[in-house]
Ligand binder design. Structure first.
Ligand code: RNT
Ligand code: ZN
Length: 412
């Protein structure tokens, strides 16, 4: 990096080296499910309900070996500290019913994480299952269905705890359910009451160790086939989380399209110790496109930095595009998350705050625009170099080679 670049940032009071050191330690949880269209290893075939992927690009990972090969490749091109976010359907070895998972089915993942210096996060998989009856799980009117998913969640808590203990870093378990209704509900309260009771039951049945793990709950505004009502709405989970000492997880694709998720962060932080995120890119709906370095992503990163909340947030990625090279998709999105955080850390928020509090709003606007012209790309190159990761224009040719030599040979 040119000395001149450092000096430009210094003139705003920003020490580029400190920024790079700080960013290196921010953990990003990479979702394993971008690599196989959220299929998992339980059986072959696509998603059967709850969420959807679109696209048919060749070369998707079909088993533990292929998925971990792809992950290892992708990891080489993503700077910073990383975790892998797993779903219960990525159990491996002798497959058991989801309600009976134990750490045994995930031991190879722990081995993989140790080998690659990664943390692990976990999600019970409450979709693509015959036990999802009429799009309902924990809020189902059928007791047998609720009990099944309660068992699955209790066992998922044990798997998550195992990850946290084995890897000496906190693991996050996140609960998302698709439950909802296609058309105007006759009863909104009933399903929500059952969801509340099911969650209570899960946490009554198993007291997890808060030193090694956290639990988050993820809301959604609507889903395909659940256009009129989702049981687990934002208000439901925000209240449930605060009352029960859980984390609220904000998925950036799960709100009304004109709602700003970034704007929610400061309010949430005033009332919660920590927060969790699924960073995604909705295009007109919760389409889970690959992250671009766009204003929405930048706004979220900016808020986390402005609020000095990087160590109070679990940052996980959540998108799945099956229409392009999946490994490149993972790399592009993760690098963009890192870029957004870097740009946020290179911003002199204290100067902007002083201008705002001095009621100098013209100064704020002028400075916001001026800062866009700073040479952050050179700092990004330096960060990549320091992390031993290829620069922006250099990684893609390797990905093409990997596609040619590995992905295209899979014949799917
Ligand atoms: C679905 C939710 C959920 C899933 C993953 C696979 O709308 O965003 O988080 O994407 O758990
Ligand atoms: Zn999500």
């Amino acid at each position: 990096m040119r000395e001149e670049v450092k000096n430009i940032y210094l003139s705003y009071g920003i020490d580029v080296d400190k920024v790079i050191d700080k960013l290196k330690n921010v953990k990003i949880s990479l979702h394993c499910w971008q690599l196989d269209d959220v299929n998992g290893f339980e059986n072959e075939g696509a998603l059967t309900g709850g969420i959807q992927t679109t696209g048919n690009y060749p070369g998707k990972a079909r088993n533990f070996k292929e998925l971990t090969d792809d992950l290892e490749f992708a990891l080489k091109y993503i700077p910073g500290s990383k975790k892998i976010n797993l779903h219960a359907i990525y159990q491996t070895g002798k497959i058991v019913d989801r309600s009976e998972i134990t750490p045994v089915q995930f031991a190879p993942w722990v081995e993989f994480a140790k080998k690659n210096g990664l943390g692990l996060d976990f999600n019970p998989t409450i979709f693509s299952s015959p036990m999802l009856v009429d799009n309902m799980s924990l809020s189902s009117p059928i007791k047998e269905v609720r009990d099944y998913w309660i068992r699955h969640c209790v066992n998922s808590l044990k798997v998550t705890e195992y990850f946290g203990r084995e890897l000496n870093q906190k693991s996050l378990m996140n609960i998302w359910i698709p439950d909802g209704l296609k058309d105007a509900p006759a009863d909104r309260m009933g399903p929500r009451k059952r969801l509340k009771e099911s969650l209570d039951e899960i946490f009554k049945q198993y007291k997890y160790d808060k030193n090694v793990m956290d639990v988050a709950v993820e809301s959604k505004v609507f889903g395909i086939g659940m256009e009129s009502y989702t049981t687990g709405s934002h208000e439901f989970y925000m209240n449930y989380a605060i009352k029960n000492n859980l984390l609220c997880l904000l998925d950036t694709g799960h709100f009304h399209p004109t709602e700003s998720v970034a704007d929610k962060i400061s309010s949430m932080l005033l009332f919660n110790d920590s927060l969790a995120f699924h960073v995604s890119r909705p295009v007109r709906w919760d389409s889970d496109h690959v992250l671009k370095l766009n204003d929405d992503l930048q706004d979220v990163a900016d808020e986390l930095v402005k609020c000095d909340a990087l160590d109070r947030a679990y940052i996980g990625l959540d998108y799945f595009d099956a229409s392009i090279n999946r490994v490149s998709a993972l790399i592009i999105g993760a690098r963009n998350m890192e870029k957004a955080l870097l740009k946020a850390l290179l911003t002199p928020w204290d100067l902007l705050k002083i201008a705002q509090d001095g009621l100098n709003h013209t100064r704020v606007l002028a400075m916001q625009e001026e800062l866009k012209c700073l040479p952050w790309g050179e700092v990004w190159d330096e960060y990549c170099d320091k992390c031993g990761v290829k620069r922006e224009a250099e990684w893609f040719s390797d990905a093409i080679e990997y596609e040619k030599n590995v992905l295209s040979k899979r014949g799917n």
